[in-house]
Every structure is written in C-alpha cells, then in structure tokens.
Design a protein around this ligand. Structure first.
Ligand code: C2O
Ligand code: CU
Ligand code: CU
Length: 511
C-alpha cells in the first residue's frame, strides 16, 4: 500500500511562475473535441533471430489538425510525429534512416544508451536529403520510454517544431514480470505534450514565433491531437508522457485533485511507485503515471490540466477490464560507487535569451569540452546561475542514464529516484548527479529548452576506454552545415536563417 500522497510540484514556484516576455499562456482552441490519436506500433522490416531491422523515414506532408486547411508538417513514417518504435533490451537493431525532407536532418535517440556521435544521431550524424544511412546497436538498458528527434543544431528546434519527434519504448524481461497496465492503446498509451501557434490558413510559422528563450504557442497538442478525449474502458490507465515541447513546462493535475501514481521517469521504472496529485515536466522529461478510475461510473469525465488549461478529457465507459493492484516495488537500483579521489565535475548553465551558455561558452561542434573514462562513475554538479525569478533549465546528457543525488545538498524530489537523462535545475540551484558512461564516443550535454540548445547552451564530452587508443571522430563543422543548408534551401549563405544564429551574433561570435 502506498500511503503518502504528495501534493506539490516540488519545483521552485517563483521560477516557474515567472512569465518573461516570451511566455505564452494556453488557450482552448476553437475546434471540436477529437479522439486522441494513438500512434500505431512500427512494424519491423525483418526479424532474424536477435537481429531486428527497421526503417525510419523523415518526410514532409500535411496533417488535419484543425477544422479547415491542413497544416504542413514533418514526421517519421507519416506526416507528423511517428509510429511508436518498440525495442527490446539485449536485441541487435539495424535501422535504416532515410531522409525525404528538403533539407538535412539527424536522427537522435534521446535516452538510448548507444554509441556517440554517429549512432546517437546528434549534430555529427547528418543524413542529407534523398539519402539514407544504416546504423546498428545492441540495446543494454532497462525498460524505459525514450524518444527520437531531429538534432541538426542549430536547426534542431525548428525541425522538432515541424513535427520530427517520435516515441521509443524499451522493454526488458523484468518489465514483463511486472503487473502494470501494458495493453498498448487500451490501458497503456503514449502522450506527447506539445504546443503550437496556428497562423493564417492553419499553418505553423517557426520564424515568426521565434523567441531565443524558447518558442511556444497557445494551442496544446497531444500526440498531434488538438482538444483530445480518450475513451476509458479499464479501471486503470497508464500514460507514458513526454514533454515534447520546445520550451513549455507542464504542470499537470487532474480534475478533483484525483491522485495518480508515478511508476517511471525518463530512463527506468522508479524503485517504488509514488502517489501524487501534481507533477511538473520540463522539456524532454518523461513521466509515466497510472490513473485509477475504479470509483467512476459510465458517463463520468475526468480532465487533465496544465495550470488552469484543460488538455484532455477522459470519458469513462463500462469497464471491460479490472486492472490489478500495482506492485509495491518496481525496480532495484544500485548506485555505482564513486572513487573519493575522482574530482566532482562542475557544469554551469548561465544566462537567458541570447546570452545562454555552458561554462561561459557557446557550443562549438568541433570542440570537445570534457572527457571521462567509460565505466567510471563521477559526480556532476549542474549549476543554474539564473537569479530568481529566472528559468528552470532542463539539463540533458546523451549516451547515459544518470541518478539524481541531491538538490542544493538536500534529497532529490520523491519521484526522482529512477534513472534519468533530463532534469530541471531551478534558478540558483546545484543538482548533483551520478554519471557513468558505458560506451566510448562523443556525446552532447545541454539545456533541453531547444532554443537554448540551438543558441549555444550546449557542450560535448568524449568518453573513452583507457585501455585502448583513442579513435578519431569526424565532427561536423558549422561551415559544412551552413553550406549544405544554403544549397538545400536555395538561400545564399549570408541570408541563411537558423534560430540559434542570433544568439551567437548577439554575443559577437560566429557559430
Ligand atoms: Cu533530446 Cu541532445 O537531445
Ligand atoms: Cu539526447
Ligand atoms: Cu535553458
């Protein structure tokens, strides 16, 4: 039995209530309610024992989002977002990455423990229009909800805004023994939370909406559905939620302050379920919750809100299924030990608007900022130097799942005891993480407000095997990227526009 019900967001209220010039409140769209789109599961091209083959194609198209004109959107294997990709721990995957967009993109596996920089798919792994690339990897990590998104910095934010984001599940043997809702589309549904501004003719216009502190819009979109409802036919419903917005945090709660149970965070289940009435998600974080509707009767509705804005309605029907009680224990997590001789790494996130930086510097694609041997656990202190009120910067690192050790020397929040790859840092706060890499490579770490990342609040670490010679990594350069984009867009170099550019220029820097 879980007794304690937490009733706060934990995060620093003045920080998240701080609505600087760019903050856009949500409004209820002038559109009828629609059933929530639940993406289909992506079918493999081929299964050959433990070798599984998939193709992921980035493409452009049109999607009916509002009544009237369709919206020009981008997606994976479809016109918007992506089918759900389900990977199994221990299996060997071969993925063909195809780019049918008019410009280069990359395929980043956010949260997957795969080698960087090429398989990981950050900015060093471009796939040019009309081309394809093969990657392969063996998964070695616990069950989790991860995601796939474009990452051609400094155009990451714009491409994600166009729709290049998809859901990736990792499942494992342990998860299959847990009695938790897992019937896809019935009592286990993914929920990608995003927001957009619809301009004339129902179109998105990233450049018009550009804000260096993150682009937001007044219309919420869940799995690409505006004003969704979901038909509940089971006593319990599991939501696997992803903050897929460029900058918006979601402060989620249910009507009637109905409690819910969080069972997983970014990179794994929590050790124990945690009961809450509120949960805040910062960009790129994942939160999996189970809602119990057993006390409801057919015809009832329950609403999911962020702040005062309704996001989605659960319409209760006759229950076709009675779910079992959730287990009291979900996952054993063993924190790796840190050698006391190993210095604590300090990473400082500073600035707002165009001045954002990591350790006082803006990102340079061909500069390695830090190094760490694989297999060695280290403490990382992530510092947000913003004064209050300021922004919560969600810190993310590729190629690892870390543990949160403390916040300003105090215990982490009760729902932060699982593996994570993204974590909100309050203004004036230092969060201590326990970080270990298993694979050698080059990995980016950055603020996941995507415009901050594009604006240079990003750095990269090389992880290495001390017993082997260092491999050479072919790193992308800004010149190469700009040349390619200028050709693809048919725009001369000096007229090329990319969101993050202004942030570099404002500080008198080249990208
Ligand atoms: Cu969601 Cu650099 O990643
Ligand atoms: Cu990532
Ligand atoms: Cu930030």
């Amino acid at each position: 039995m879980i007794e304690k019900v937490y009733t706060d967001y934990f995060f620093d209220e003045p920080a998240y209530d701080y609505h600087d010039a760019g903050y856009v409140p949500l409004e209820v769209a002038d559109a009828p309610e629609k059933p929530l789109a639940v993406p289909p599961l992506l079918e493999p091209d081929k299964i050959d024992g433990d070798d599984i083959y998939y193709t992921v194609t980035a493409e452009a198209g049109e999607t009916q989002l509002l009544p009237g004109a369709k919206t020009k959107t981008w997606g994976y294997n479809g016109t918007l977002l992506s089918p759900t990709i389900r990977f199994e721990n221990g299996k060997h995957y071969h993925v063909t990455l195809r780019n049918e967009l008019p410009e280069l993109t990359t395929f980043h596996w956010h949260g997957l423990n795969v080698s960087g920089p090429y398989v990981d798919g950050g900015c060093h792994a471009p796939v040019y229009p009309g081309e394809e690339k093969q990657i392969e990897f063996t998964l070695n990590q616990p069950a989790a909800m991860c995601w796939l998104h474009a990452h051609p910095c400094p155009s990451t934010a714009e491409q994600v805004w166009h729709g290049l984001a998809g859901i990736v599940y990792v499942t494992d043997k342990h998860e299959q023994t847990l009695v938790v809702p897992h019937e896809y589309g019935v009592d286990d549904i993914p929920l990608v939370l995003q927001d957009r501004r619809f301009h004339e003719n129902n179109q998105w216009d990233y450049r018009a909406d550009y804000d260096p502190d993150g682009v937001a819009g007044p219309t919420a979109m869940l799995n690409g559905t505006v004003r969704p409802y979901f038909d509940v036919t089971t006593t319990k419903l599991r939501l696997r939620m992803l903050d897929g917005a460029n900058r918006r945090e979601w402060r989620l709660h249910l009507s009637g302050d109905r409690p819910f149970t969080q069972i997983a965070s970014d990179g794994s289940y929590l050790p124990e379920p945690v009961q809450l009435t509120k949960v805040m998600m910062t960009c790129a974080e994942r939160v999996q919750i189970v809602i119990d509707f057993a006390d409801c009767k057919p015809g009832d509705t329950v609403t999911l809100y962020t702040d005062d804005a309704p996001l989605m309605t659960f319409r209760i029907h006759e229950f076709a299924k009675q779910n079992a009680e959730l287990p009291a224990h979900l996952l054993d997590i063993q924190a790796p030990t840190v050698n006391p001789q190993t210095p604590v790494r300090r990473i400082v996130m500073s600035g707002m608007d165009e001045t954002v930086a990591i350790d006082g510097k803006k990102f340079q694609m061909d500069r390695i900022d830090a190094q760490q041997p694989i297999g060695q656990a280290q403490y990382w202190d992530i510092v947000n130097t913003n004064d209050k009120p300021g922004m919560v910067h969600p810190f993310h690192c590729h190629g690892t799942q870390f543990l949160v050790v403390s916040r300003n020397g105090k215990a982490p929040y009760p729902n932060e005891h699982g593996y994570k790859d993204t974590m909100g840092v309050n203004p004036g706060e230092t969060v201590r993480l326990l970080v270990r890499f298993d694979l050698p490579g080059v990995y980016m770490y950055h603020c996941h407000i995507i415009e901050h990342e594009d604006g240079g609040m990003m750095a990269q670490i090389e992880t290495y095997d001390p017993s082997k010679p260092r491999p050479h990594y072919e790193l992308m350069t800004m010149d190469k990227l700009m040349q390619a984009l200028s050709e693809e867009r048919g725009v001369p170099m000096d007229q090329l526009w990319m969101g993050g550019m202004a942030s570099y220029e404002a500080m008198g820097m080249k990208m």
